[in-house]
Ligand binder design. Sequence first.
Ligand code: ADP
Length: 493
Amino acid sequence: MGNFILSIDQGTTSSRAMIFDGDAHVRAIAQQEFKQIYPQAGWVEHSAQDILGSVMAVVAEAVVRADITAEDIAAIGITNQRETTLVWDAKTGKPVCNAIVWQCRRTAEYCEKLKAHCGEFIYGKTGLIPDAYFSATKLKWILDNIPNARKRAEKGELLFGTVDTFLMWHLTKGAVFATDYTNAARTMLFNIYDLCWDDELLKLFDIPKKMLPKVQPSGSFFGYTHKSVLGAPVKICSAVGDQQSALFGHLCTKEGDLKNTYGTGCFLLMNTGDKPVKSKNGLVTTLGACVSGKPPYVLEGSVFVGGAVVQWLRDGLKIIENADDSETLAESVEDNGGVYLVPAFTGLGAPHWDGAARGTICGITRGTTKGHIVRSALESIAYQVADLVDAMERDAGIDITRLAVDGGASRNNFLLQFQSDILNCETVRPQTVETTALGAAYLAGLTAGLWKDLDELRATVRTGKVFAPDMKEEKRKQLLDGWAKALRQTQTR
Ligand code: ADP
């Protein structure tokens, strides 16, 4: 058996392939961006051909860079942007239209009505609060709007899948039509308690069951790639949604373990073991990754504007040249100088849920400098994550003592130190912040038997940096009060 794992990370703006060696360390990376398609305001699409083409290209490039062949690869793992919806011809694989991306708001109005009429019903089955993000209403839109789509779907001529399913179907030349629990759980069609496609939801959205893939544990044998892909067939041994992959990549496999990804937005996920926790604070309940058997439950909350506030400082306000400058500028001032920034650019997400809220900067005096503004922007990321952590602690009845982190903005040392201070808990950044690709690799390697168990994997982890809390309680309270006051100024209800 080969000694390497090929991990495919198909993200929202780029596709990445990474080769991990037997110690779970990175041997090679290849990455390719692809086009974002905005047909009208609020709509976002990807060309299915771009998704597939970029994946094939990065896979080939990574294999060449690692200087290995198909025989050296023990297994392939796949992680993907969640909820993005594809429908294709069951014979030819040709999509009937562009992929509708998770960010696309085309079904928002319909979802508002759904929320009002059957919000509780849907939440009770799926753990999700009805929203245009999830695949169900995107799939319904395709069946309702693409000529002949529903008729063909009913005859079994069309297939539905999230990106993992679409990739596996093509990598195996149509031999594998499957998905995993973590992706299925984000479609709003899957019952997370009975672990099956839900007939009542399929009826509600008018979706023929025959177009849905088989659902398996994230770490399990899916099938062999067609020999044309890598020159010889290779086992696909994992498929997992990106956020759950990152959770597994941090080895957050025990109840109470949690991680935060600081990307464009922030995604906080907590493993709640075999207990589905119903949130009273606007968090969603979903499924996590596992190797065979039953998946754990996960509590999830997201912040709309995380690292994106730094992009706004750079491209909107133009007060920094690049994202890394934000760290130096924030540290150039002693404290926030009483300035608080609330980046509610597109409303407030969990736990506040106020779509009409808009951002603010308050507490400005004659002495306020650009350092204070930049610092308040970075601090706002940490406050928003702290609000989510607080909601999770209350929902799960657990005191959090350690937060694992990853994502582009987790490079910022100031941000992570402030996060530790404001949460009064340790923040741990691994050496490899490519935790998403790592999670799919771990799952594939465990399934293929390259690694025996989680302990063997724990021994391979290289901790990058641990940030310990170092702030007086009085100061912490004063800052949190300042944030709460600023937040109130943005809220509309
Ligand atoms: P995504 O996967 O959502 O595209 P990434 O994980 O690649 O996001 O992270 C990109 C985000 O991280 C951007 O919003 C960027 O502004 C932010 N970012 C990158 N470097 C830094 C930094 N040094 N300090 C703060 N934010 C940063």
